[in-house]
Design a protein around this ligand. Structure first.
Ligand code: NAD
Length: 384
């Protein structure tokens, strides 16, 4: 859903990755000298687990990266194994299916497994990877329950491997800038955030078609595999941005489910949800996500000014301004930046920063749980 709908959203609004952006300033980690200096040391060898839409984008990011190689795959579909083997010149011994995956433990040519399967399956593959002694990156949302997140963190700690969550925007320059503007109080204390990410996902489909939620392509509508609707898939970006702009954790939430226009598809998971998060400073974030309408924006009102992005939370390119000037940063390959950021640290045997680890993923799942509880009960839910 995320990929397909993002594509249609981008097409609809006429934005392409080739859109020209004038670069006026670069964050310090992307200075030209650093960018130009090629890395020639050992690369981290990655096996991608699950070869769906987002795995293809990650593969492009790996190919473009300095610090990792696509060395293997784990897939349940033999035809995909064949296709990827040829496309990426993968040796047969680095190709696994879901049954023989645990044998990867003996394979010294794989350092890290990147889990890109439906949300409800993240836990199982992360724990199997950790037990095989491999570092792991798992896609967002980290898992579907707090307990699952805790078990994943424990398995990685017990097996002394690092666990990262695929938060691509943590490495994106426009987002690093709004994080700086908020946390360093460049416009004073942020008091109010308005954020939304949603896609009118099924507008081209016949709404009378019976949808089989056990169909592999419909896993996002299947509560067991998805853990929920657009809140799990897209709304998580609003939670993330609010948290990293404020540098605070929400203490209480209220929430409201939206109208269900497509009752066939959204019988297990929400079609839309709006929620409000209260932060210790008194700041409030009002957020929305949907599969029924398009929205991609972030706005922060602070004591002495404001800053905003739209598009804000998708694959971009992002466009934004502060109350003083335009925000202009280069359009980057978000997956490459994320992979390089994570893999460089793992290669140097350094711990990953807190904002990218399993602890960070767990925090989001606690907030998401509270939002669902608030929408179900109509009550304000305090997050402990
Ligand atoms: P997808 O449906 O395109 O791919 C899912 C893959 O999992 C497929 O290869 C499928 O064969 C495999 N799979 C294994 N067991 C399955 C089962 N029981 N049912 C269904 N599929 C099964 O989905 P996707 O868009 O690639 O999403 C995969 C993960 O990546 C999700 O966790 C999603 O949230 C995340 N994602 C992240 C981003 C991002 O920007 N960080 C973008 C898109 C998706």
């Amino acid at each position: 859903m995320e990929n397909i709908s993002r594509r249609s959203f981008v097409n609809k609004f006429g934005l392409g990755v080739g859109a020209s952006i004038v670069v006026t300033s670069l964050p310090s980690f992307m200075t030209m000298t650093e960018e130009e200096k090629p890395y020639t040391g050992k690369k981290l060898n990655i096996a991608l687990c699950g070869l769906g839409n987002y795995a293809s984008m990650l593969a492009d990011g790996i190919v473009a990266s300095q610090y990792c190689n696509l060395a293997g795959i784990i897939t349940g579909t033999p035809s995909k194994a064949e296709k990827w083997k040829k496309q990426y010149n993968l040796p047969e011994k680095n190709i696994y299916n879901y049954q023989n995956f645990d044998e990867i433990k003996k394979n010294k040519d794989i350092d890290l497994v990147y889990v890109v399967v439906p949300n409800g399956l993240h836990k199982d593959f992360v724990i199997r990877s950790a037990k095989a002694g491999k570092h792991v990156i798992t896609e967002k949302p980290m898992a579907v329950t707090v307990k699952d997140c805790e078990e994943m963190i424990k398995a990685c700690n017990d097996n002394k491997v690092q666990l990262a969550i695929g938060y691509r925007l943590h490495y994106e320059p426009t987002h690093l800038e709004i994080k700086r503007l908020g946390q360093q109080k460049v416009f004073g204390q942020v008091r109010f955030i308005d954020a939304g990410l949603g896609y009118k996902t099924y507008d081209t489909l016949d709404k009378t078609t019976i949808v089989d939620k056990n169909d592999r392509n419909e896993w996002r509508l299947n509560k067991k595999l998805s853990g929920g609707g657009p809140l799990m898939d897209l709304g998580i970006y609003c939670i993330q941005a609010s948290r990293y702009v404020l540098g605070e954790e929400p203490i209480a939430v209220t929430a409201q489910f939206g109208t269900v226009n497509d009752k066939i598809r959204f019988s297990e998971t929400e079609e839309s949800i709006t929620w409000q998060m209260e932060f210790p400073s008194g700041a409030v974030a009002n957020c929305s996500t949907s599969c029924g309408f398009n929205i991609d924006r972030f706005y922060a009102a602070a004591d002495e000014g404001s800053f905003e992005l739209s598009p804000a939370l998708s694959y971009g390119p992002f466009k934004g301004k502060t109350s003083e000037k335009e925000l202009q940063f280069p359009v980057i390959n978000q997956q490459k930046a994320q992979l390089d950021g994570i893999c460089q640290l793992i290669l140097e045997n350094k711990p990953l920063p807190n904002h990218i680890t399993g602890e960070e993923g767990l925090k989001d799942i606690k907030v998401i749980n509270a939002i669902y509880k608030a929408a179900e009960t109509g009550k304000k839910i305090v997050i402990s």
